[in-house]
Write a protein that binds this ligand. Sequence first.
Ligand SMILES: Cc1cc2nc3c(=O)[nH]c(=O)nc-3n(C[C@H](O)[C@H](O)[C@H](O)COP(=O)(O)OP(=O)(O)OC[C@H]3O[C@@H](n4cnc5c(N)ncnc54)[C@H](O)[C@@H]3O)c2cc1C
Length: 397
Amino acid sequence: MKSTNSTYDVIVIGGGAMGQAAAYHLNKRKAKTLVLEQYTFLNQLGSSAGVSRQYRIPYPDEYMVQMALDSQPFWDELQSHTDSTLLDKVGTLWFGDPTVQSTEGNIAEAEKAMKALGVPYTSLTSKEIEDQYHFKNLPKDYKGLFQADGASINFKATIATLLQANKQSEYVNLQEESPVIAIKEIGDEFQITTPKGTFTANKLVIVPGPYVDSVINLLDFTIEATYWNMSSAYFKKTDPSIQYPTWFVFQNAIGDNGNQFYGFPGVSWDHPEYIRVAPDFVMKPLEDPKQRTPIPNPQELAYTTEWVENHMTGLDPKPFFTSTCMVALSNIPKKELIIDFAPPYVPKHKDIVIYATGWAAKFTPYLGKILSDLAIDGHTDFDISPFKMGDTYFKSL
Ligand SMILES: Cc1cc2nc3c(=O)[nH]c(=O)nc-3n(C[C@H](O)[C@H](O)[C@H](O)COP(=O)(O)OP(=O)(O)OC[C@H]3O[C@@H](n4cnc5c(N)ncnc54)[C@H](O)[C@@H]3O)c2cc1C
C-alpha cells in the first residue's frame, strides 16, 4: 500500500519523460517519492510531445559518445518491462557538408570521437549515400557516416512504460493537475504548494522541461535559455517498401532557411505509411514557452517540403500530418544538457537537482538514474562536470 502521508524523501517537479525516469530509479532506491505534474501525464505540451526521437551515438565530444554508450544497458533494462519495442535499431546516418558545425556537431569530429572510443561506423561518399539510403541530387563533396546502433525511439511507449512501473511502485506517488506554485525552505525540508495540497520533502528533483523558469523562479533564480517551437511533417510513402534510417543532414543556412533537416524511418507505432522529416532550426525562437503553438511555422514547413522534394525518393513531397514540440535550449552552440544543483545562493541548494535544456530523450532511463543518485547521495558515478553549467546559465532574480 502506498502511503498517502504528505512527507516524502524526494519530490520530483515535472512528470514528463525525465520526471518519470527519475521516479523509476528513486523507486529502485526505495526513496519515498512524489511526482507533481501541472497537466496530465503523457501530455503533449512539453518537450516530450509526439512519438519518435532519435537515439544516436555520434557526437563531437567523447563524453557525449560515452554517455550514449552508457545509456544502452539502461534501455535494455527498461525494455524488459514492456512488449513494445522501445528502440527500433535502424541505424544513424549523418551526412552533408563536412565543414558544417551544426547544433548536433560536425561529422568529422564525431568520427574522431567514435574512433577514440572504439565505436564501429562506416564512412560514406555522396554516391554511396544516394545508392544505399534513397537520397538524391546530393552535392558531390558531401560526406557521411553510418552507425548501426542508432535507433528510432518509441518515446511515447518509453514514457508509458516508466509511468506504468511508477504506478505499480509502493514508493512512488503520482499527482496530475498539480502545478507547483510555491516552494519554501522550512528547517531541513522543502514545503511545496500546489492547488491540491502542500507537501514536504528533504530533496527536490526539478525537471519541468521548457517550463523550467516557472519552477526555478519560485527559488529566485532564472535560466538563460531560448525556446524552440519545433515543426515536424509526415510524408506519405509512394514506394511502400522504401525504408530510411534515422538521419541528419549538415548544411549551411541559406538566408532564413536554417537548411538542416532530420528524419525517421516509417515505424509501426507512428503513421507507419509515412516518413517523418523535420527542420532542425526555427525561424523565430519564442521568448516565453507560453507562446507555444501546435501549428508549425509555414515557412519552415515549406523549406522542409522543398528538401524532401529535391533530395528524397519514394515519398509524396506534400506534408500530410504536422506537429510541433517545444524545447528549451541553452545558448551553447551544441545545445547540450544542463545537469546541476541549484546555485549556491539558494538555501539547501545541494538538495535541489535540476535537469534542463538540450536533446535528452536518448538518455532517458540513464538520466533518471543520474538524477536519482544526485538527489539521494549528492553525487553519482557518472561525471556530470561537463553538464554542470548552472554557473553560466542560472541567474539570480
Ligand atoms: C521536436 C523535438 C525533437 C527532439 N528530438 C530529440 C531526439 O531526436 N533525440 C533526443 O535525444 N532528444 C530529442 N528531443 C529532446 C527530448 O524530447 C527532451 O530532452 C525530453 O523530452 C525532455 O523531457 P522532460 O521530461 O525534461 O521535459 P517535458 O517532457 O517537457 O516534461 C516536463 C513536465 O513538467 C511539467 N511541469 C512544468 N512546470 C511545472 C510545474 N510548475 N509544476 C508541475 N509540473 C510542471 C510539464 O507540464 C511537463 O509535463 C527533442 C525535442 C523536441 C521538442
